[in-house]
Design a protein around this ligand. Structure first.
Ligand code: HMG
Ligand code: MG
Length: 318
C-alpha cells in the first residue's frame, strides 16, 4: 500500500477459505449439496480462488471426508480455480483424480504443531513434500505452500522471524509457486507481524507471498495493513469468518472475507468481488449452520437490507 498515492490502481487477489478452513472446524457439518451451493455463490460473487476441500485422513477431519464427491460435482465453468489441501502421496493422488486446479501442501515453523497436525516433524514434512511438488508440477497443477505458526505455536511458543523467512525460502525452493504465511492461532498484532514480514521479504518477493490471518484475537484486519504496506497482494479470508484449525487449540476462523473486501474497497483497491453478493452468502451460510454471522460487515449489511425490506413491506401495505 503506497501511503500517499497509487492505491486506487492496486488489485488484490483473495483466496477464499470458507469451504475448507472454515467448514473443517464448524460444530455442525454442512451437507454436500449446501457446500456446493456455498461454493457456487462464492464464485458468483467474483471470487476466483476458492479452497474447497482437503484430501486428508477422514478420521482426523471428518468434515472434509467427501471432498472427492464435492470436486466431482463442482461447476467448472467460469474463471474460478478450486484448490484442495494435501498432506501426503495418498492425498495428492486423490487431488489429481478429482482434478483439483491447485493443491496446498502444509507444514509449519514449529515441530509441535506439525506433529499434532500431520503426525511428523517439520524436516520430515519437507522430505515428504519434495516428490509431491515435482509430480504435481509435472501434471501442471500449481502448488501452494502453507507455512503455519509464523507468529507463535500453541505448543512451542513464539516463532522467530528469521525462522519464518528460512522456512518460506525452503518451501519456495521445493517449487511452490506461492507461500501462504499463517498466523494459525491468530495471536499476532501489527507489532509482531511487521518484523516477521520484513524478515521474509528480505528473502522472497511480495508477489510470491500470501497472508493467512486467523482472527482469534480480533487482529486479522489490523494485521493486513502491514502486509498491504509491504506490497503483498494475496489475502486468505473466510466468508462469515467461518472456521479455525482442529489441531490448533483455541484457533478461530480466518479474517472474514466481507471485512477484507470492505477494507480494500475503502482503501480504493480492487478485488473483483461484489460485497453485496458476498455478504448475502455469508448470512446464508451462517443460517444454514445455525450460528451467528461472524462478519461485522455482513451483520451491518444484513441489518440494512432487513430495514429496507420492512420499509418496502410497510409502504406496499398502505
Ligand atoms: P497418519 O495416521 O499418521 O497416517 O496420518 P498413516 O499414513 O499412518 O495412515 C493412517 C490412516 O489414514 C490410513 O487409513 C490411511 O489410509 C489414512 P486406515 O488404514 O487406518 O483406515 N490416510 C488417508 N486418508 C485419506 N486421505 C489421505 C490419507 N493419508 C492417510 N491423504 C495424515 C497422517 C497426514 C494423513 C493425517 O495426520 C492428516 O490427515 N492430517 C491432516 C490434518 C488436517 O487436515 N488439519 C487441518 C488442516 S491444516 C490447517 O488448517 C492450517 C492452515 O489453514 C494454515 C494455518 O492456518 O496456519 C493450512
Ligand atoms: Mg488456517
Amino acid at each position: 500500500m503506497k501511503r500517499e498515492s497509487g492505491m486506487q490502481d492496486d488489485k488484490v487477489s483473495l483466496v477464499e477459505m470458507g469451504p475448507r478452513d472454515g467448514l473443517q472446524n464448524e460444530a455442525s457439518t454442512l451437507p454436500l449439496v449446501q457446500r456446493l451451493e456455498l461454493i457456487a455463490r462464492l464464485a458468483e460473487s467474483g471470487l476466483q480462488r476458492i479452497e474447497v476441500g482437503a484430501f486428508v485422513s477422514p478420521k482426523k477431519v471428518p468434515q472434509m471426508a467427501d471432498s472427492a464427491e464435492l470436486f466431482k460435482a463442482l461447476p467448472r465453468k467460469g474463471p474460478t480455480r478450486y484448490g484442495a489441501l494435501v498432506p501426503n502421496l495418498q492425498g495428492l493422488q486423490a487431488a489429481i483424480a478429482a482434478r483439483a486446479d491447485e493443491i496446498g501442501l502444509f507444514t509449519a515453523c514449529s515441530d509441535g504443531f506439525t506433529r499434532a497436525n500431520i503426525g511428523i516433524g517439520v524436516e520430515e514434512s519437507l522430505v515428504r513434500f519434495a516428490p509431491l511438488v515435482l509430480e504435481a508440477r509435472r501434471l501442471g497443477i500449481k502448488v501452494r505452500g502453507y507455512l503455519s505458526t509464523v507468529i507463535a505455536c500453541p505448543f512451542d511458543g513464539p516463532t522467530r522471524p528469521k525462522r519464518v523467512a528460512a522456512m518460506a525460502e525452503r518451501l519456495l525452493d521445493l517449487g511452490c509457486h506461492e507461500i501462504s504465511l499463517g498466523d494459525t492461532i491468530g495471536v499476532g498484532t501489527p507489532g509482531t507481524v511487521a518484523p516477521m514480514l520484513d524478515a521474509v521479504l528480505h528473502e522472497i518477493p511480495a508477489g510470491r507471498l500470501a497472508v493467512h490471518f486467523h482472527d482469534t484475537y480480533g487482529q486479522g484486519l489490523a494485521n493486513l495493513l502491514p502486509a498491504l504496506e509491504r506490497g503483498i497482494r494475496t489475502i486468505d479470508c473466510s466468508v462469515a469468518g467461518l472456521g479455525g484449525c482442529p489441531y490448533a487449540p483455541g484457533a478461530s476462523g480466518n479474517v472474514a472475507s466481507e471485512e477484507v473486501v470492505y477494507l480494500l474497497h475503502g482503501l480504493g483497491m480492487s478485488t473483483g468481488v461484489s460485497l453485496d453478493k458476498l455478504a448475502a452468502t455469508g448470512q446464508w451460510v451462517s443460517e444454514q449452520l445455525g450460528r451467528p454471522n461472524g462478519s461485522q460487515v455482513g451483520q451491518a449489511l444484513h441489518a440494512n437490507a432487513e430495514r429496507l425490506r420492512m420499509r418496502l413491506c410497510q409502504s406496499s401495505s398502505h
